[in-house]
Design a binder for this molecule. Sequence first.
Ligand SMILES: O=c1ccn([C@@H]2O[C@H](COP(=O)(O)O)[C@@H](O)[C@H]2O)c(=O)[nH]1
Length: 270
Amino acid sequence: MTRQELSRLIRQKQSYLCVGLDSDISRIPKHLLSQPDPVFSFNKAIIDATREFCVAYKINTAFYESRGIRGWESLERTLAYIPETHFRIADAKRGDIGNTAHHYAKTFFETFGFDAVTVAPYMGEDSVTPFLQYPGKWTILLGLTSNEGSRDFQLQKTGDGEYFYEKVIQQATQWGTADNLMFVVGATQDAQLSAIRSRIPEHFLLVPGVGAQGGSLEAISRHGLTPEGGLLVNASRAVIFAGNGPDFAEDAAAAARQYQQEMQACLEET
Ligand SMILES: O=c1ccn([C@@H]2O[C@H](COP(=O)(O)O)[C@@H](O)[C@H]2O)c(=O)[nH]1
């Protein structure tokens, strides 16, 4: 999906919601556990219930990899079930020497066929560029993450007074373009968002951290939206575990609809 297509989708659906399929098998409704693939049955119901309200799905691979081969099978079935109209992100946070990174890129872009994969920048250019060489695919680089640990390195000041994460973002804009590179910026980091937007006015940002982590959708939208959208805001637990009884899918739909309506209001103000 190109940047223009993603922007068009956001305009059409009046939504920049990404639903995170962090489908922890210990949290899915008990009545699904007798299904042959309980995680897939759960995801299928969540996708059916939320597809109208979102433009993207993010599969955090940890929740699948931790279950071994059965987890990878659930991931593959889930990915095949996500409508082609939606942007499909593998949240895998990979990063290794070039030779290995090449195989990570092949895994997510060729073997599975995701549109985008999250990548950790710590190992530098040769660990990131193999992902950027796939036409039509996106690399989503960790910029400023939502967690407390972002203070340990990312929010340390460098000699010239810039934050370390600012250097990372600046450097990475030399490796890719706004047409194949996005950045992760946590919703809990809204105080930094205006500065990030001035530095990278055209790049899409993937913003996790609303809902369970307490980030403000209104604040990140105010500072991060651009005329073409420019944001994908992820909510995982707040949508998929909005309820855990027999009506869990209706509860997820209601949570996703609520985000979509708030996003529509923010888009109208932009
Ligand atoms: O900085 C980051 C980067 C990635 N994540 C991931 O996003 C989701 C958030 O889940 P919620 O349930 O909506 O809190 C999850 O997959 C994280 O691994 C992040 O939270 N922060």
